[in-house]
Design a protein. Structure first.
Ligand code: UTP
Length: 292
């Protein structure tokens, strides 16, 4: 049973400047909850008890978010804000959270490599810290269940619009049972006409520990970074690797448009604000230039 998860959250977030200059993009809120808290909640709901976050310069707010804040708790207690107090305590008790520093930001592959001592010799989950996947059944758990059957690396796959495949890493492979693919290669950002499929790698993985050795032998690739996809490409040449077309909806918070869309989407699910948001949007769409 997989108990450990790695959450890479050290990246610069250049697509989200200037907001990401001095604060982690992973701490940007969806309504009132930081993106990375959704990610941790998914891991915990999947049965993960040990989480390693890979962080770097300017990312201390992530540590503080998952630590206890006794001053704040005392303040909430004194003011009898019980609901908020319970929420604060729940966040710091979600899981055993550890941190490791990626000293030089050399890419996602390198970020995963920083987890090698903590993970040891067992399969583990990876959840990108800037990607929320909304689903009834947590996607990491969907991957873990599939992993139990195949015992090889399992990558979450999302069907994307063929015209947009050049934004993603996609797989080539064949479906061996409904929603499970035996992967034979990965292609980074192909043009729609050359793409072997429209199945994109979606920010959740179960990896076997031999990935560490493979990453150590992977050269710098695109953007002069050590790419996880390049390491997986090497590994898939040596052993079987699978992809699971998950049930759920992915939100990549690392780009501004998806961030805004996701905020609206989640705000519309909230009983305390959905009616007012709908009214506000209706006023904007009807051309009202003072909808506030
Ligand atoms: P991205 O591909 O979004 O890269 O990383 P980035 O550098 O954070 O953002 P852009 O592209 O410059 O806007 C996906 C996840 O991997 C982490 C990021 O923090 C993010 O959660 N990551 C990326 C690392 O931990 N280390 C790295 O060197 C690169």
């Amino acid at each position: 049973m997989i108990k450990k998860a790695v959450i890479p959250a050290a990246g610069f977030g250049t697509r989200f400047l200037p907001a990401a200059k001095s604060q982690p993009k992973e701490m940007l809120p969806i309504v009132d909850t930081p993106v990375i808290q959704f990610v941790v909640e998914e891991a915990v709901a999947s049965g993960i008890t040990d989480i390693l976050m890979v962080i770097g310069k300017g990312k201390r707010a992530i540590e503080e978010h998952f630590d206890r804040n006794f001053e704040l708790e005392n303040e909430l207690e004194e003011k009898n804000k019980v609901e908020e107090l319970n929420l604060m305590r729940r966040i710091s008790n979600l899981a055993e959270v550890h941190f490791v520093w990626q000293k030089e930001l050399k890419g996602l592959g390198d970020a995963i490599y920083c987890a090698r001592h903590h993970v040891g010799d067992e399969p583990f989950a990876v959840l990108l810290g800037d990607t929320i996947i909304e689903s009834e059944n947590p996607v990491t758990l969907q991957l873990m269940k599939a992993f139990e059957r195949y015992r090889e690396c399992m990558v979450a796959l999302e069907e994307v619009d063929r015209a947009k495949v050049e934004r993603y890493g996609v797989i080539s492979g064949r479906e061996i049972e409904p929603s499970v693919f035996l992967i034979d290669d990965f292609v980074e950002k192909p043009s729609p006409k050359d793409a072997p499929s429209n199945l994109a790698i979606a920010g959740r993985y179960i990896l076997t520990p031999d990935i560490f050795d493979t990453i150590s032998k992977t050269d710098y690739g695109k953007n002069n970074e050590i790419q996880l996809t390049d390491a997986m490409r090497k590994l898939v040449a040596e052993r079987a690797m699978y992809g699971l077309k998950f049930k759920g909806r992915r939100h990549d918070i690392g780009n501004k448009l998806d961030f805004i869309r996701t905020n609206i989407w989640y705000a519309l699910k909230r009983d305390d604000m959905k009616d007012e948001i709908k009214e506000f949007m209706a006023r904007i769409l009807s051309g009202d230039d003072s909808p506030f």
